[in-house]
Design a binder for this molecule. Structure first.
Ligand code: TXA
Ligand code: MG
Length: 338
C-alpha cells in the first residue's frame, strides 16, 4: 500500500512536533488512528510504558500494541517474521490490522505483559503517521479510555475520560473506522484472528489465499479482554429488528429510560430516545462508541441495539455489542493471565 503523505498544514505540523517532543521526553500522547484514539508512549522505555497503565487503570499483564510509522520497522520489533505476515502487512498497512509476532529482544516486558510475542500495527491516519515517522521508534498504545470503558473516537472523548493524565492530545477529528483493529496471531501454524476488527476476516483470507482460524467462538480472545469491555453505563440489550418496538414499549412501561441503536430508523413511542440511525455496517462501526457515550449522556439506563448482519466489519460491531451486553459480574470477568 502506498505510504506517501501530503504535507500537513502548519498548525497540525506544530502539534505533531510537540507530540514527538513529548514522546521523546517519556510523556503520554493521545493520538488519533483510523480505528479509535490511542494513548501512546515510547515503546522502548519501560518507565514511559508504565505511565500508560497508571493513566488507564489497566492491569500490567495486559499487552499493548506497538504502533510503527512504516512496515520496514517490523524487523526491529519482531523476529522470525513469517511470509504470511509480510503479505498481510503489504496488503493491509497502513490500516486497521495488528499482527502478533515473536518479539525482538528490545521489546520491554512492560509492553508484552511478559509474553514472548508482540502486537504490531501501522495505522492509516495522517497525523498518527506523521508523528510515528518523525518519532522514528515504536509507540506503545492501548485505546485512550479508562480501563473497561467505551473506546474514544474523538479528542473530546479522550479529554473527558483521561483529561490531565495525558500530556498532550493530538486532535485528528472523528475516527473514520470506529472499531479497533483486527488482531491476527501469526506465531502458530495457522493464522488466527484473536479479535475481529476494522479489516474483515475474508479480506485476510483473500490476501493469504486460504482460510484463517477464528479463536474460539469467533469472540475476541486477545489476552486481557473482558466480557464487560466496551460497555457504557447503561445496560445494553441486543434485540432483532422485528422485536424492537415491542421490547422498547415494555421497557418504557417498566419505567426505563430507553435509547435505540439501529441501522434504519425505527417507529418508536415518543418517550424513547432514537439515536441517529447509523445507515449500514460501516456507519454502525463509525458511530458505535459515540452513540453508546451519547446514550449515557442522555441519561438512558437501557440501550436497545439491533445488531448488523455479522459479515464484513459487521462481525466486529457484533463482537463489541455482545461484549457491551455481557452481564457485568459474569464469571470470567477476571482478567486472563499471561
Ligand atoms: O485499533 C486498535 O487496535 C487500537 C488503536 C489505538 O491502535 N488499539 C487497541 O488497543 O485497541 P487495546 O490495548 O485497547 O487492545 C489491544 C489488544 C488487547 O486486547 C491485547 O490483549 C491485544 O491487543 N494484544 C496486544 N499484544 C498482544 C500479544 N502479544 N498477543 C496477543 N494479544 C495482544
Ligand atoms: Mg481498548
Amino acid at each position: 500500500m502506498a505510504t506517501t503523505e501530503p504535507p500537513l498544514d502548519p498548525v497540525l505540523d506544530a502539534a505533531v512536533e510537540r507530540a514527538v517532543a513529548a514522546l521523546r521526553g517519556g510523556g503520554l500522547v493521545a493520538f488519533p488512528t483510523e480505528t479509535v484514539y490511542g494513548l501512546g508512549a515510547d515503546a522502548s522505555s519501560p518507565a514511559a510504558v508504565r505511565r500508560i497503565f497508571a493513566a488507564k487503570g489497566r492491569p500490567p499483564s495486559h499487552p499493548l500494541i506497538v504502533h510503527l510509522g512504516d512496515a520496514g520497522l517490523v524487523d526491529t520489533w519482531a523476529v522470525d517474521v513469517p511470509r504470511d505476515a509480510r503479505h498481510l502487512a503489504d496488503a493491509c498497512w497502513p490500516g486497521p490490522l495488528t499482527l502478533v509476532l515473536h518479539r525482538a529482544a528490545l521489546v520491554p516486558d512492560e509492553v508484552t505483559g511478559g509474553r514472548e510475542t508482540v502486537g504490531l500495527r501501522v495505522p492509516a491516519q495522517p497525523l498518527a503517521l506523521a508523528m510515528l515517522r518523525r518519532f522514528g521508534g515504536g509507540v506503545a498504545a492501548p485505546s485512550a479510555n479508562r480501563f473497561g470503558r467505551v473506546s474514544p473516537t474523538t479528542a473530546a472523548d479522550v479529554a473527558a475520560d483521561l483529561g490531565p493524565a495525558v500530556d498532550l492530545i493530538l486532535d485528528g477529528g472523528p475516527c473514520t473506522v470506529g472499531v479497533e483493529s483486527t488482531i491476527v496471531d501469526l506465531t502458530g501454524p495457522t493464522p488466527t484472528v484473536l479479535r475481529p476488527g476494522g479489516i474483515p476476516v475474508d479480506a485476510l483470507e483473500a490476501v493469504l489465499g486460504r482460510p484463517v482460524a477464528l479463536a474460539a467462538g469467533g469472540e475476541s480472545r486477545a489476552p486481557g479482554m473482558l466480557p464487560s469491555h466496551y460497555a457504557p453505563a447503561a445496560r445494553v440489550e441486543l434485540v432483532a429488528a422485528a422485536d424492537v418496538a415491542a421490547r422498547v414499549t415494555a421497557l418504557l412501561e417498566a419505567g426505563h429510560h430507553v435509547a435505540v441503536l439501529s441501522e434504519a430508523a425505527v417507529a418508536l413511542p415518543p418517550t424513547a430516545v432514537a439515536l441517529p440511525p447509523v445507515g449500514d455496517a460501516e456507519g454502525y462501526a463509525r458511530a458505535l462508541y459515540a452513540h453508546l457515550r451519547l446514550a449515557d449522556r442522555l441519561g438512558a439506563d437501557v440501550v436497545v441495539a439491533v445488531p448488523p448482519a455479522e459479515v464484513g466489519i459487521g462481525a466486529a460491531v457484533c463482537d463489541r455489542l455482545r461484549k457491551a451486553a455481557a452481564p457485568r459480574d459474569a464469571p470470567g470477568d477476571e482478567p486472563e493471565g499471561p
